[in-house]
Write a protein that binds this ligand. Structure first.
Ligand code: PMP
Length: 292
């Protein structure tokens, strides 16, 4: 089988600073603040049957993420919503992923970057599933990362900012190299925080327990699943959860735009079943995102 084409060498259309252009032409100079100093924010959205799920929430979060990094995304939420829809249509995506992003440009190349231009681009590609179906059926194997989610006064933790992903990539690489599929990250206090790109839920005696999102993203999928659970009459408890409490969880799953609702089979020596609550919420989520 041929490896998939590198992301910079594909057919298609990318929107870049106001223009739709051929995929391979969406380039920038090596000297830019976003690359050197991580002044970059992004979104990850799913397309189901040609429609972007919760598009407006994602675009609003992109704006908010930029504000938390001290810059204004120079296109309105309405303009960017329209761009995202156009990019999906122009790339003829039925089921896939949309990646809007904004970053500081090249006018200043040191820590201070007040006068940099804010660049914005949107790409989209077909993408059926983040984890394999086989892994989803048995539940993923997670390692506990040595990296912890930083305190909210050490990083803008509510921003979907590129810089915050440095420790996610390190955690995920370490997990993969040790034979796991993903990592559970604890927070700076040692409580359960999240996976490297998704939020965590524990099923404990029929109730759904989920960490309070006070130092990591309060995911759009997380909020959606909390709603779905409440509609099913499942009690949802947001609280600080210690890793030892994993011994008392019957089921565990993660949620994210890319991950959707994905069961966890084990976190190191703690094991879980892909049980009725997880299966119900996977089904409810799958039905909701595909509702016309
Ligand atoms: N945490 C992290 C670190 C993520 O990357 C994501 C995916 N954006 C999430 C949580 C879940 O967020 P959402 O449900 O909004 O995609």
């Amino acid at each position: 089988m041929q490896p998939p084409a590198s992301f910079d060498d594909r057919d298609g259309t990318i929107w870049y600073n106001g223009n739709y252009m051929p995929w391979r032409d969406a380039k920038l100079h090596v000297l830019n603040h976003g690359l050197h100093y991580a002044s970059c924010v992004f979104e990850g959205e799913r397309v189901y049957n040609k429609k972007i799920f919760k598009l407006n929430e994602h675009t609003e979060r992109l704006h908010h993420s930029g504000e938390l990094l001290g810059f204004k995304v120079p296109y309105s939420v309405a303009e960017l919503n329209e761009v995202c829809k156009q990019v999906v249509a122009k790339n003829t995506i039925e089921n896939g992923y949309v990646r809007p992003f904004a970053w500081r440009g090249s006018e200043m190349m040191a820590v201070s970057a007040q006068k940099t231009k804010i660049h914005v681009a949107v790409a989209a590609w077909s993408w059926p599933s983040y984890f394999s179906n086989e892994a989803k059926e048995r539940g993923l194997k997670l390692q506990i990362s040595k990296w912890q989610r930083p305190a909210p006064n050490t990083a803008p933790t509510a921003s979907k900012a590129a810089g915050l992903y440095m420790i996610c990539t390190l955690s995920k690489h370490a997990a993969e190299q040790a034979g796991y599929e993903d990592a559970l990250m604890l927070d700076y206090r040692g409580y359960i925080a999240e996976a490297t790109g998704a939020n965590m839920f524990l099923v404990m005696n029929g109730e759904l327990h989920t960490p309070t999102p006070d130092c990591f993203l309060n995911g759009i999928t997380r909020l959606t699943v909390i709603d779905l659970a409440k509609k099913r009459g499942i009690k949802v408890v947001e609280r600080h959860i210690k890793p030892e409490e994993l011994a008392h969880a019957q089921e565990v799953f993660i949620t994210g735009s890319a991950a959707e609702v994905t069961p966890i089979g084990s976190i190191e020596h703690y094991t879980f079943t892909v049980g009725p609550v997880t299966k119900q919420l996977m089904q409810d989520y799958s039905d909701l995102v595909r509702r016309p």
